[in-house]
Design a protein around this ligand. Structure first.
Ligand code: CA
Ligand code: CA
Length: 501
């Protein structure tokens, strides 16, 4: 750090010592060698050296009079030690106005110019340092923003949303296969490994033309024109068409609650079914299924068309009375009821799982929408999403909700005007993220739709610092944000501006 001022001074000392005519820059001094005749810089003439700065214009380009006002097209170079060197038009030499901060342009006008170069240099260095400080601090904040975004993404993609979309899709497909397999088994009444037109017809809920029954033609259409289908093509081609209508016989929704436990008879009536309570539950289930199936076979023809509402007469013996609906849905014995309850519970759980799956998919969609925005090379602009920033002028309150919209609301009341909704990043190719474009705002009367360009400037805070309307219905807004801060150079900026001194 201490070296820096010294390095700065070194060329300065040199500059002072190099002998050159008044008004000549250090870069050009070798053209003015007093031991030789002078050739105009444009090569138009060569004159004796004593005609340089003799207050008479000899060269067309004015290069023989760098230190006087003799040539109208010449220019005077001020060294401005401590600040920036400067060329002024020759006409300003000795015109009574101080143009160079070192005052050298007024060497013969009677005006005394104070040398303000050091002061100007100091001020400029200060403001450069301030800017560098802002950039450093802003960039530090930007790195934090980037980290935050990374973490937020990991969280959202990790436990927040649970499994990935691929996993969800896979488990959904798997469940669909199971559902289809169950339905197939149930539909395959004669268990010949195929679901036939007739078997499909036993499910009136699959009716497609609204007459309450599945005709042969309808069933065939559901089977894709075939007479029957095996399990594989049932899943591939039939299931999707019937899944939403299909109702499992084992889980009837509108089953009237069995009112009388007439079961023992019903049970006993099935001789092959062993019913000691010590039996495994599974066997019970099988028994129950057998029961249902056998009964169905018995009265298939009658059950076919309709779903009669008549509840089973509570006290009537179920058996002999009617073979129809009561038989299909008899009052259940304890085990059967337990099985049905368990099945219902399973269905509830399934529906619950289905719901939470949908929720997850929803939140993933939202997340995907959010991360589908281009939030900058490292996501540094992500924090602006879901924020809004306002700027009040005398007449309006301007509101910028990054990645969403810009609006303008009259202070004295009235509804806001849309100045554009999020369009795209709009900086130049090498600096795409330096500007945003908001388009398709409220239409101007007899004009285009309003639009807004938002320029992003490096700063420690995030705020809208200006709003203008440079041309009709086209607005320009400046948003200060750490996310726009470039990476500062590793050391405080070297003295690029002072090279010539
Ligand atoms: Ca001359
Ligand atoms: Ca002057």
């Amino acid at each position: 750090m201490l070296l820096l001022p010294l390095l700065l001074l070194l060329p300065l000392c040199w500059a002072v010592e190099v002998k050159r005519p008044r008004g000549v820059s250090l870069t050009n001094h070798h053209f003015y060698d007093e031991s030789k005749p002078f050739t105009c810089l444009d090569g138009s003439a060569t004159i004796p050296f004593d005609q340089v700065n003799d207050d008479y214009c000899d060269c067309k380009d004015g290069s023989d009079e760098p230190g006087t006002a003799a040539c109208s097209n010449g220019s005077f170079h001020c060294t401005n030690t401590g600040y920036k060197p400067l060329y002024v038009p020759s006409s300003r030499v000795n015109d009574g106005i101080c143009d160079c901060c070192d005052g050298t342009d007024e060497y013969n006008s009677g005006i005394v110019c104070e040398n303000t170069c050091k002061e100007k240099g100091r001020k400029e260095r200060e403001s450069l340092q301030q800017m560098a400080e802002v950039t450093r601090e802003g960039f530090r904040l930007k790195r934090i923003l980037i980290e935050d975004w990374k973490k937020a993404r990991e969280e959202k993609q990790g436990d927040g949303a649970g499994p990935s979309t691929e996993q969800l899709a896979a488990s959904r497909a798997q469940r669909e296969r199971e559902l289809a397999a169950d339905a197939f088994q149930e539909l395959d009444d004669d268990m010949d490994g195929a679901v036939s037109v007739a078997e499909l017809q036993t499910h009136p809920e699959l009716d497609t033309d609204g007459d309450g029954a599945v005709s042969e033609a309808e069933a065939q259409a559901l089977l894709g024109g075939d007479a029957q289908t095996d399990a594989a093509s049932f899943h591939d081609r039939v299931w999707a068409a019937i899944r939403d209508k299909y109702r499992s016989e084992a889980l009837p929704d509108d089953l009237p609650a069995p009112s009388a436990p007439d079961v023992t008879e019903a049970k006993e009536e099935q001789p092959p079914v062993p019913s000691p309570p010590t039996e495994e539950e599974e066997e019970e289930e099988e028994a129950a299924e057998d029961e249902v199936e056998e009964e169905e076979e018995e009265d298939e023809s009658e059950v076919l068309g309709e779903q009669p509402k008549e509840a089973p007469p509570p006290l009537a013996p179920p058996q002999p009375a009617s073979p129809s609906e009561e038989d299909k849905m008899p009052p259940y014995d304890e085990q059967t009821q337990a099985f049905i309850d368990a099945a219902q519970e399973a269905r509830n759980k399934f529906e619950e799982a289905e719901r939470s799956l949908k929720d997850m998919e929803e939140s993933i969609r939202n997340l995907e929408q959010e991360i589908s925005f281009d939030f900058g090379p490292s996501g540094e602009f992500a924090y602006l999403y879901s924020q809004c920033y306002e700027l009040s002028t005398n007449e309006y309150v301007y509101r910028l909700c990054p990645f969403k919209l810009v609006s303008q609301k009259p202070k004295l009341g009235g509804s806001p005007t849309n100045l554009g909704t999020w369009g795209s990043w709009a900086g130049p190719d090498h600096d795409k993220f330096s500007a945003m474009k908001y388009e398709q705002g409220t239409g101007c009367w007899q004009g285009p739709n309003r639009s807004t360009t938002v320029r992003l400037l490096c700063g420690k805070e995030t705020m809208v610092i200006s709003t203008t309307e440079p041309s009709r219905c086209e607005y320009l807004m400046e948003l200060m944000t750490p996310a726009a801060c470039p990476e500062p150079p590793p050391e405080p900026p070297a003295d690029g501006d002072h090279d010539e001194l």
